[in-house]
Design a protein around this ligand. Sequence first.
Ligand code: C5P
Length: 235
Amino acid sequence: MAKDVIIALDFPFAEETLAFLDRFGGEERKPFVKVGMELFYSAGADIVREIKRRGHKIFLDLKLHDIPNTVKRSMAVLSSLDVDMCNLHAGGGKAMMSAALEGLTRADGSRPLLIAVTQLTSTSEEVMREELWIDHPMDETVMHYAQNAASSGLDGVVCSPLEAGRVHGVCGEGFLTVTPGIRFDDASKGDQVRVTTPAKARELGSDYIVVGRPVTAADDPVAAYRRCVADFCAQ
Ligand code: C5P
């Protein structure tokens, strides 16, 4: 399985997003990028089409969670934008995940990769127990949701690089781990708590790293991106 670096385009507007991507105009292979809710809600399908036209692969990070029929029909719309990866909340259940896969599958049988969010990293075990009434420990819950995603036919989960080995152990080596929380050794952590370098994420078995501020806020984003690729994708 080829490893890749995904740049999180956490910008609020199309203009600054495209100005940022202009800096990668000279790159032989355009970076894989993540478009999240902030940019999608502000700039819509047009920004997705424009980024695609420029030759980037896109992870559309909209984390769907609704009744199966609504998710199926919404995924069909996202799939028609020719994105490469989509996601949803595993908490929506297996019927919703299966419906999502059906919706994503195009007439020619191709489809974007479909990745599940298990528990958000902002959710603590205490919140799970007191508010959500989930009595199992966090790590067991995360692995159970990952297994639900795998048995529904999904391609992988978003998780910490520190969980990648266990996810692969439980769901199989081919089940993808898409891992944020990446920092260079010499950088500030920002609001991330448990962070991992690109090289360490590779060692731990991550399949894709999602990198935001270490690239988007760097003095030289292209150099920072190249450094991620060299450290994470190197053979
Ligand atoms: O700037 P930074 O590298 O922290 O950005 C990480 C990206 O990954 C952001 O888009 C963030 O929303 C996303 N993410 C995360 N932790 C998760 C899931 C997604 O940091 N558990």
